[in-house]
Design a protein around this ligand. Structure first.
Ligand code: T1G
Length: 669
């Protein structure tokens, strides 16, 4: 037991098994072997009347070791260890702190009693990895916590609080926040008289009808995913099958998901998201600069949303606008957004006041002098940006980080308008900025390593998933979006309809297709505003007031519920432009739409990597998952490209006359 992550000690008649397997006590092989040996030690020692299972470090077991899933299995498997704990003739108590997740939650269910600190969380997030609790969780949870809780935890994947767990019977007792071990040992002594209480012998409690109701209520959210239905089926099986048959049913479903493409994709994204936070070539010795106060320039949709991220994280924000009415409008929208969240019960009224209380509106740029980070979110015009950064250069204190929220302009050119380009970078938020998790942190040629580290660090603090991007037109996300949009428009000229192209993308798993997205964002974005100047389809649509959802019509007509329907007026405009372009109308297959709209994105991804504008392919996947709604169960464009196969993609691209990236061609061999 010397180099095992598991140690044991005896306190009177209680044996304490402790895991110390940083960073999150994942239930890897060494941990399972150690737990098994620890139990055996307890059972072989007659002086021991009860067992406590606890973890050192920041959390109780946070699940099976996901890195082991692609390796040959090492005995004993988790379900075997859990069954042995459950079968123990001496009561076993789980002492929970941090996050008892997945296999960690299942370990607690194999124990006979559970005690937790009030701050603990318990959950079965396997569904977020395209899996289900495969060590008895779907059969023991309905018995210990009831059907309603079980189906929500398994199919939904979100953890519950210790107080909620106490309420539903998943936890028997709350410990003192700083006295878990002592309280657990005392509780173990209380349990000696009660004896063991195997979860498998408990009756399933709750209303089986709640399962179908839950499935119905979440059908839209689970669209395209395989794992939620499998989780629901397993919990349902617990309501009608004997325990061991339920376990067999669970195992069967678990293995099917584990072997499937969706779980592989979702596990890829689990690690890709964590990898994205790492900056190649910058060591842990580079420390972030302190960010205690933030400045935001522009109180429009983006400026307001960006500010809310910092206010919600408890960081004071000074927001600047040119005119009082614009300032009042912007801060008014922020308060309304907060109040809307409070109305939905996501925030307490005092939290709204707390956040808004950290906001300082001003008409003076000089009020940003003592900010540690300033984020500019004004019109996408280079001259305006350079003028602002030139002023910030004279106003802001030394060491302040100057960031632009531009979605495609040249960060190096903006930086060159200051005497401190090393402090300049891009922080590209996605609309709505207080909701979308993605943040492209754009590294300029002269951006200092500690400035970059600071931006990546503050991103995590405000709950964003940050990805480092190099300076190029559209950075990573928008750069890959462009070839898709261009091809989508060409397909309309050749005979496809907006509805056909969008359906291919929605069936693929995207929340919406290129034309629905254009209508949501606004067809008039970047339009020259001259209704008499009509050079392309977009000009023609805008000239007719078809600006998208905001005017009730764009590529589609929209009813009061914003439901899209095809438009004869749009089709006439498309036909007119097709005729003018000399394009020959023909039947377009869905397969061709995939080849011409998704394959070029993968190709662009390879070009981005070749140019060093992204650190790694998995970063590109994270950008599209968190910024553009690419279905997580397809793992992102680069991961999907590998599944689709480089050969097939190169053949598809060449068939349609695209120039193929050298590295993609090389991969196709
Ligand atoms: N296995 C392996 N590595 C893990 C891990 C796990 N379960 N959880 C975290 N890590 C690594 C992670 O990659 C990172 O590594 C470091 O730990 C810190 O993580 C049979 C089949 C616990 C809430 O899904 O949700 O049990 O990047 O940066 O923000 O039914 O980690 O430093 O090299 O995320 O404080 C179910 C997954 C597994 C929980 C902590 N469990 N983990 O968040 O730190 S499946 C989960 C998390 C299962 C059984 C089934 C979070 C966290 P590195 P971090 P954090």
């Amino acid at each position: 037991m010397t180099d095992s992550p598991i140690s044991t000690r005896i306190d009177g008649d209680v044996l304490i098994i402790t895991s110390n397997n940083p960073p999150v006590n994942a239930l890897g092989a060494a941990v399972r072997i150690g737990l098994d040996a620890g139990l055996k030690e307890a059972l072989d020692n007659d002086a021991v009347q009860a067992v406590v299972v606890r973890c050192d470090g920041r959390t109780f077991f946070a699940g099976a070791d996901i890195t082991e899933f692609t390796k040959p299995p090492v005995e004993p498997m988790l379900n075997v260890v859990i069954d042995r704990f459950e079968a123990s003739p001496k009561p076993v108590i789980a002492a929970i702190h941090g996050t008892a997740l997945g296999g960690g939650c299942e370990v607690t269910l194999g124990c006979h009693y559970r005690i937790a600190v009030p701050s603990a969380k318990i959950g079965t997030p396997e569904v977020k990895l395209g899996l289900l609790p495969g060590a008895g969780g779907t059969q023991r949870l309905p018995r210990v916590a009831g059907i309603e809780t079980a189906v929500e935890m398994c199919a939904g994947g979100s953890p519950i609080s210790a107080s909620k767990a106490l309420e539903v019977g998943l936890v028997d007792k709350l410990a003192g926040e700083d006295s878990l071990e002592a309280d657990a040992i005392a509780f173990a002594r209380e349990c000696i008289a009660k004896g063991p209480r195997p979860s498998r012998e408990m009756p399933v409690k709750g209303d089986p009808a709640s399962i179908e109701a839950y499935a119905k209520a979440n059908a839209k959210k689970f669209r395209g995913f395989e794992a939620p239905a499998a989780n629901i089926a397993c919990v349902e099986a617990a309501t009608r099958l004997p325990f061991d048959e339920g376990i067999a049913f669970e195992r069967q479903n678990f293995m099917k998901l584990m072997m499937g493409a969706q779980s592989a994709a979702q596990r890829h994204i689990f690690f890709a998201e964590r990898q994205a936070a790492k900056i190649d070539g910058i060591g842990d010795d580079v420390n972030p600069r302190p960010v205690k106060k933030v400045g935001v320039i522009g109180a429009g949709t983006m400026g307001g949303g960006i500010s809310m991220n910092f206010l919600s994280a408890g960081i004071p924000v000074t927001i600047v606008e040119m005119k009082q009415d614009a300032l009042d409008r912007g801060t008014g929208v922020m308060r309304k957004n907060y109040e809307a969240s409070a109305a939905k019960g996501r925030l307490k009224p005092e939290q709204v006041e707390q956040a808004m209380g950290l906001l300082t509106p001003t008409l003076s740029l000089e009020d940003l002098a003592d900010c540690d980070l300033v984020i500019e979110a004004v019109f996408e015009q280079m001259e305006i940006k350079k003028e602002i950064f030139g002023k910030l250069d004279t106003i802001c204190k030394p060491g302040a980080i100057l960031a632009s929220n531009t979605s495609y302009l040249d960060i190096d050119e903006i930086a060159a308008s200051t005497s401190r380009p090393q402090d300049v970078l891009g922080m590209h938020f996605f609309s709505p900025a207080n909701v979308m998790k993605l943040l492209e942190v754009v590294r300029g040629d002269k951006t200092a390593p500690d400035a970059l580290v600071t931006a990546m660090g503050i991103a995590k603090k405000i709950g964003k998933v940050a990805v480092v991007a190099g300076v190029c037109h559209g950075f990573i996300g928008n750069r890959m979006l462009m070839p898709r949009q261009v091809e989508a428009m060409k397909l309309l000229m050749e005979g496809a309809t907006p509805a056909q192209v969008d359906k291919v993308h929605v069936d693929f798993g995207m929340p919406m297709g290129p034309f629905q997205m254009s209508d949501l964002a606004g067809v008039d974005i970047g339009w020259h505003r001259d209704p008499n100047l009509i050079e392309n389809v977009r000009d023609a649509l805008c000239a007719k007031g078809r600006w998208g959802q905001k005017t009730g019509k764009g590529f589609y007509d929209y009813d009061e519920k914003r439901t899209p329907s095809p438009s004869a007026e749009v089709q006439a405009i498309l036909d007119d432009f097709a005729a003018k372009s000399g394009a020959v109308k023909r039947e377009i297959s869905d397969e061709e739409i995939v080849e011409r709209t998704l394959y070029p994105m993968v190709n662009e991804g390879y070009l981005i990597l070749e140019e060093g504008k992204a650190q790694r392919a998995s970063d590109i996947d994270v950008v599209w998952i968190y910024g553009y709604g690419w279905p997580v169960y397809r793992g992102g464009p680069m991961f999907w490209g590998d599944l689709e196969g480089a050969k097939k993609i190169v053949a598809g691209l060449e068939k349609h006359g695209f120039a193929v990236a050298k590295s993609l061609k090389a991969k196709a061999g």
